[in-house]
Design a protein around this ligand. Structure first.
Ligand SMILES: Nc1nc2c(ncn2[C@@H]2O[C@H](COP(=O)(O)OP(=O)(O)OP(=O)(O)O)[C@@H](O)[C@H]2O)c(=O)[nH]1
Length: 484
């Protein structure tokens, strides 16, 4: 574990205000990675094995996984069990939820949060929720002939994941060309270069600067080769003196954290119970600002007040947490019945905007049916999924300079950039992208298909929840007053 500059919380910690900006500058840097890729590419196995090699999973636990997975006839999934904790996940051999793990580098200079996203297309909303919390995407691809190609074709998740990762604003990608040990591949340089070339073209077409922001590494998650220790040149001579996956990760820059901004934490999970009776626990990443034990915060868009009773970061109780941290917060005050994923724990004096109508610039992916006026969609923002409708098609825009090509189009088709208006069924937390990168992006999906990625250009109507004035209100329609 990294040296703890953020000591355990005490009963008196709420009495003294902590200078979170100054404290955060003293601690090890943190990088959030999301592991993405086609189903069965080996994401959970690679991540699980990495954790074992770095000593984050003890040998006894690992022996237990090996024994129990063999009993279920799934011995090849032993390392994946480190990440896939749910009974259904283990029985089906697929990841459903986003697995979250923390690890510290041996030097103690850096702490990683690993988010293992599900590859199966039914679980893309969970993948979006995981990717929305990440700084870097690690794309795992299966090097086996036919398998890599399946991940990349029209319906392949490797392709869809990359599009989503780019749309969510993740600036860097590390590609692990995995299963290099398998029978038909056997650490072949030709196979590696074919895969690298195909992905370089795809990444460039999506908008990545491949030379600057993308790295490639050959791996075997199952045998644990080239994860932390460099691959033996006798096994892979053409990769001699080049870095292992962990060495590449260690050189990635940590993006600046907006700690001085007002608090915004996206709730990706919650449960009844916490530090005191009647409290609720929420999990998520702090996008901006900081929070400390004793703070009074607002749960948006409910507008409900809550007091932070306890905080946990990387499985340790702490007094404060800041932007970039994955946090478990125990909150006193909110009604457990009102909790949902997608809520935002927000600064009380400068809460996140709440709206049900935004103007946005969208990039249309490859919808099976063209987008028309009144099109019903699901708006995804982090862990939030909210039914919405496209209520106006203002214009089709030029991709490069944004000038209007066509006003009031009747349909939007593949690859178009357009200015539209989107109305959500219920009020949600969205802000103009120019003010908030974190709350200014969303994805539109329908029937298991991602239709478009959007950037909020204008918030058309903001809501002032009555609760912000009375401290009593709920998310019922009567609890909101419109301030257009
Ligand atoms: N030969 C070989 N097999 C691997 C390797 N990594 C994973 N596998 C096998 O591939 C299968 C799928 O592995 P997982 O780790 O569950 O794949 P995943 O990408 O996490 O799957 P989802 O989470 O369901 O998308 C298992 O049988 C693994 O043993 C590898 O490096 N080499």
């Amino acid at each position: 574990m990294a040296p703890a500059t953020n000591a355990p919380a005490t009963a008196t910690s709420s009495k003294k205000k902590i200078d979170i900006v100054a404290e955060a500058a003293k601690r090890p840097s943190r990088l959030n990675l999301v592991i993405v890729g086609h189903v069965d590419a080996g994401k959970s196995t690679l991540t699980g094995h990495l954790l074992v090699q770095l000593g984050e999973v003890d040998t006894r636990t690992m022996h237990g996984y090996t024994r129990d997975s063999a009993k279920q006839g799934k011995s090849s999934f032993a390392f994946a069990w480190v990440m896939d904790q749910g009974a259904e996940e283990r029985a089906r051999g697929v990841t459903i939820d986003v697995g979250v793990h923390h690890l510290a580098t041996p030097s103690g200079n850096r702490v990683y949060t690993l988010l293992d996203a599900p590859g199966h297309r039914d679980f893309i909303p969970n993948m979006i929720s995981g990717a929305a919390q990440a700084d870097v995407a690690v794309l795992v691809v299966d090097a086996v002939h036919g398998e890599f190609e399946a991940g990349l074709d029209g319906g392949g998740q490797a392709r869809e994941h990359l599009l989503l990762v780019k749309s969510l604003g993740i600036p860097r990608v590390v590609v692990a060309v995995n299963k290099m040990d398998s029978a038909g591949v056997q650490w072949s340089e030709d196979r590696y270069n074919t895969i690298k070339g195909a992905l370089e073209s795809l990444l460039a077409s999506i908008g990545y600067n491949v030379a600057k922001h993308v790295a490639f590494v050959p791996t075997s998650g199952l045998s644990g080769v080239n994860l932390t220790k460099r691959v033996d040149p006798a096994v892979c001579p053409w990769y001699k003196d080049q870095p292992s996956l962990m060495e590449i990760l260690d050189t990635l820059p940590v993006p600046p954290r907006p700690i001085a901004k007002p608090l915004r934490m996206l709730v990706s999970d919650y449960a009844k119970g916490g530090a005191s009776s009647g409290s609720v626990s929420v999990w998520g990443r702090i996008e901006t600002g900081g929070v400390q034990v004793g703070d009074v915060v607002l749960l948006m868009p409910l507008g409900e007040e809550a007091t932070v009773r306890a905080l946990e970061v990387n499985d340790e109780m702490v007094k404060w947490a800041a932007a970039g941290d994955h946090v478990m917060a125990s909150l006193a005050g909110p009604d457990p019945q009102q909790m949902s994923t997608g809520l935002v724990v927000s600064d009380k004096l400068q809460p996140v905007l709440v709206t049900n109508r935004v103007e946005a610039k969208i990039l249309v992916f490859e919808p099976k049916v063209p987008i028309t006026l009144g099109y019903p969609v699901i708006l995804h923002q982090g862990a939030l999924n909210e039914p919405a409708v496209i209520t106006k098609l203002h214009a089709v825009l030029d991709k490069t300079d944004g000038h209007v090509i066509k006003k009031n189009p009747r349909v939007l088709t593949k690859g178009m950039t357009a200015l539209v208006e989107v109305a959500t069924d219920r009020p949600v937390c969205l802000e103009p992208f120019a003010d908030s990168k974190e709350f200014g992006r969303f994805l539109l999906r329908k029937g298991g298909e991602t239709l478009a990625a959007g950037i909020v250009s204008k918030v058309m109507a903001t809501y002032q929840p009555a609760a912000m004035r009375t401290g009593l209100e709920s998310r019922s329609s009567s609890g909101w007053s419109l301030v257009e």
